[in-house]
Design a protein around this ligand. Structure first.
Ligand code: PLP
Ligand code: ZN
Length: 481
């Protein structure tokens, strides 16, 4: 591979995160691992020579100019903080329209004081998950380097986002998606197919699909859209900018996020490193990354002492854990399919984020995830199973006393409720066989917060009696109607 080195006029470039390498590459380079040592790459900026607002509140001026697509986008209105692309190269479909809800009923479940829990809902993105934040940035880079065919391996949401950016833009992008067999939620598969992506289903799980897509991208010179792509993480930093925006620029005590491939947690860490460096915040929130118990590599490794260690984490520890997974044929398994990943590609960057944000890692069971999801649904905008891991994790940390009752906590709801209706209906429904098949098989024993549909004969009196029985309306009033 030919290497393109940055010139002295480049204000943004790529750099290997390995402190004993630190090789640099121009933004125009397309590679998703350091060509010198194989480690992850960062997008870095020469902040001293870049125009950066002196206060975060200056970004509010963008709100009055929303007819400009760059200002409408919840990613690109922060473009001064991810300045790797000329504005006319930006590929946007209006991503980043998120909102921060105060969710007191969910907060009570978690164990927080009123006003203490906010849910950052990312389901309002064009493809229904936070992935669009990263995709817009990676597609912008793909456009800058003239890529046409773009590919990813996916548990579902990355492929849905990739498919949207190909179908809804006019730059000749062709989507190629790799998914594991039987491992993708229907809502997400539906999106890939509906948006016309070439969908390649291989026998295997996400980790297998990831390995293949890397090989194929290499061999066929296809642009890789997985979160090893450092440009995606630049876009995902803006999730934190919008959290701060929703809190009038006052950092919360905690950010809680589900961890799969660890792109999001890595991006959040980078956002806070840069905001602190630029003097735009004076306090850094603590970060909690939540694994599913059936896919808990990060939790295991951090629990066994793995740390960032100034960029030189103990590779032996990670390698021997992966060898053990292989030897025992252990595959990731959780109802939270979006985080059903055993070999998180951004592990190192996540360790850096944990280091900078005084972070913690926990794992939660599928039971805790499904219960938390039901509470989010009944007290908020709803979410898919993986997203609810954040709420389940916050509850766990609250019970352990690590999060205090008075803390201000933001849980990231990463994906839309309708992404995985199968899990939701299995939990709430009355079909015991379906419950066993979808949830029981993963160790979920109870649906303690189920909202069961009520089966009633098709008879007006029966229906009226049933409504009276299940609601507060007096029977006499109901009968008069
Ligand atoms: C991708 C995804 C995650 C995991 O994010 P990572 O950046 O891979 O850790 C969590 N929740 C949802 C809904 C996702 O789509
Ligand atoms: Zn390197």
């Amino acid at each position: 591979m030919s290497v393109i080195t940055p010139t002295s006029t480049d204000l943004a470039y790529q750099q290997c995160i390995n402190p004993s390498c630190r090789a640099t590459f121009a933004v125009s380079q397309t590679c998703f691992a350091c060509p010198k040592c194989g480690d992850l790459l960062d997008v870095v900026y020469d902040w001293d020579r870049l125009p950066v607002p002196s206060r975060l509140s200056e970004f509010e001026s963008k709100w009055s100019d929303r007819l400009n697509p760059l200002n409408f986008s919840g990613v690109w209105r922060f473009r001064d903080l991810l300045p790797f692309a000329p504005p006319d190269a930006v590929v946007t479909v209006g991503e980043g329209q998120t909102l921060l809800q105060t969710a007191d009923k969910v907060g009570q479940y978690v164990g927080l004081a009123p006003g203490g829990l906010k849910l950052q809902y990312e389901g309002m993105n064009p493809s229904g998950s936070f992935k669009d934040n990263g995709m817009t940035a990676a597609f912008t880079h793909a456009r800058m380097v003239g890529a046409r065919r773009v590919a990813c391996a996916s548990t579902g949401n990355t492929s849905a986002a990739l498919a949207v950016y190909c179908s809804a833009t006019d730059f000749g992008f062709k989507a190629i998606i790799f998914i594991g067999s039987g491992k993708i939620a229907y809502g997400k598969l539906a999106q890939a197919l509906d948006h016309g992506a070439l969908t390649i289903q291989i026998v295997g799980d996400f980790d297998d699909a990831m390995q293949r897509v890397r090989q194929v991208a290499d061999r066929l010179n296809i642009y890789l859209m997985n979160s090893v792509n450092p440009f995606r993480l630049e876009g995902q930093k803006t999730i934190m900018f919008r959290v701060l925006e929703g809190l009038a620029w006052e950092p919360p005590d905690w950010i809680v996020v589900p961890g799969g491939n660890l792109g999001n947690s890595s991006a959040f860490g980078k956002a806070f490193i840069e905001l602190k460096h630029l003097g735009l915040i004076d306090r850094v929130p603590r970060l909690a990354v939540i694994n599913a118990a059936g896919a808990s590599t990060l939790e295991h490794l951090v629990g066994h002492g793995l740390t960032w260690n100034s960029g030189l984490p103990d590779a032996e520890l990670t390698e021997s854990y992966y060898q053990k997974l292989d030897a025992e044929h252990l595959k990731a398994s959780t109802i939270a399919s979006a985080i059903e990943i055993n070999r998180p590609v951004n592990l190192k960057k996540c360790l850096r984020a944990l280091d900078f944000c005084n972070g913690v890692v926990r794992q939660v069971s599928d039971q805790e995830i499904m219960d938390a999801k039901a509470r989010v649904g009944s007290g908020g905008l709803g979410c898919e199973p993986a997203s609810a891991a954040s709420v389940a994790g916050a509850k766990r940390l609250r019970e352990e006393g690590i999060i205090a009752p008075s803390d201000r906590v933001v849980c990231i709801l990463t994906g839309h409720q309708l992404k995985d209706p199968t899990a939701t209906v299995a939990y709430h429904g009355t079909d015991q066989e379906n419950f066993e098949k979808i949830l029981g098989s993963r160790g979920v024993r109870r649906a303690g917060f189920a909202n069961r549909p009520v089966v009633v004969p098709n008879d007006l009196d029966d229906i009226i009696r049933t409504i009276a029985l299940y609601s507060d309306a007096p029977t006499a009033d109901a009968a008069k109607m």
